[in-house]
Design a protein. Structure first.
Lengths: 119, 181
């Protein structure tokens, strides 16, 4: 009888404390093909070649006679733990970015990718 | 004495339930290095592609921006409504912001760094105990960033487009999480 009671109380406690975990992930923006190590050479690579390798940019700008391609991919990851007594939910949004600046002759003047944690 | 403690603990667990910490992080601003920067080539080399960029006149603007929001919530059981709780929460956003302005030839004209906090207010919610709800309105941080809509907005005839769309197309608008500049 006592054993059954202990089992019942333990079960209720476990159910109360470990009631749920959540984990989710979503992405938006362009595909981050620049992470596949395509080769870009300053002074040689043209805007057409960048477009061919990475596809249409998220944004195009002009600075005087120069052209800027800007690519962005957004990733949201969330995780949470739902105990009945205490809950914790954390959502992290990270942005992977690439930027290319072209000279008036459409050759690459400079480019950069967003830095990652280990860079 | 021990009995009193047990009863107090049980009461506390029954009344104070479902306390929650909700956290949001948007982007990550780079750690500022004490290096002399003269051109956008230096900035790109050191910090990578900016979080947002815009051209204003003949000048180019880079920004690096991150937001961290923390919303602690206090949850209370509602007597006789076993699975329902009343939550009260308060949120604070901490911004880290780096700003660089360059001339057309790429020379650094201005730079700035700022870290500040916004009190996002407080709020309360009534809900079931196993669901985490926001008690503070954070919709401004959840809007789609302008850069994701840029291509779509190009399809709108300029005459019909709003002024803000025109600003985005002409690259005059900085796209920052939680703000429209």
């Amino acid at each position: 009888m006592i054993k059954r009671l202990v089992y019942l109380v333990t079960s209720i406690l476990v159910l109360t404390l470990i009631s749920g975990c959540v984990n989710y992930n979503r992405e938006s923006g362009v595909e981050n093909l620049w992470r596949d190590n395509p080769k870009f050479v300053k002074g040689q690579t043209t805007a057409s070649e960048v477009l061919a390798k990475l596809g249409p940019p998220s944004q195009v700008m002009n600075l005087g006679d120069k052209t800027i391609f800007y690519y962005m991919r957004e990733e949201v990851s969330g995780e949470g733990i739902i105990l009945l007594v205490y809950n914790n939910n954390k959502e992290v949004t990270s942005y992977d970015r690439a930027m290319f600046i072209f000279n008036t002759d459409n050759t690459l003047e400079d480019y950069a990718f967003s830095k990652r944690d280990n860079e | 004495m021990n009995k009193l403690r047990i009863i107090a603990t049980i009461l506390a667990i029954n009344v104070l339930c479902s306390c929650t910490i909700v956290q949001y992080e948007f982007g990550e601003a780079p750690k500022v290095e004490s290096v002399r920067l003269n051109t956008y080539h230096d900035v790109l080399e050191l910090y990578g592609a900016p979080d947002s960029l815009a051209t204003v006149g003949d000048n180019l603007i880079f920004t690096y921006h991150s937001v961290k929001i923390v919303e602690p919530q206090l949850g209370l059981f509602i007597p006789s409504l076993d699975i329902f709780k009343y939550s009260w929460g308060k949120a604070t956003a901490t911004h880290t912001y780096l700003f660089y302005a360059f001339s057309e030839d790429g020379t650094l004209l201005n730079e700035g760094k700022s870290i500040w906090q916004n009190d996002l207010g407080n709020g309360s919610a009534f809900g079931v105990v196993f669901v985490v709800d926001e008690t503070v309105d954070m919709s401004v941080y959840e809007e789609t960033r302008e850069v994701h809509l840029w291509g779509k907005q190009l399809l709108i005839p300029l005459n019909n487009a709003e002024e803000s769309t025109h600003q985005v197309i002409s690259g005059e608008r900085i796209d920052i999480v939680g703000q429209s500049l």
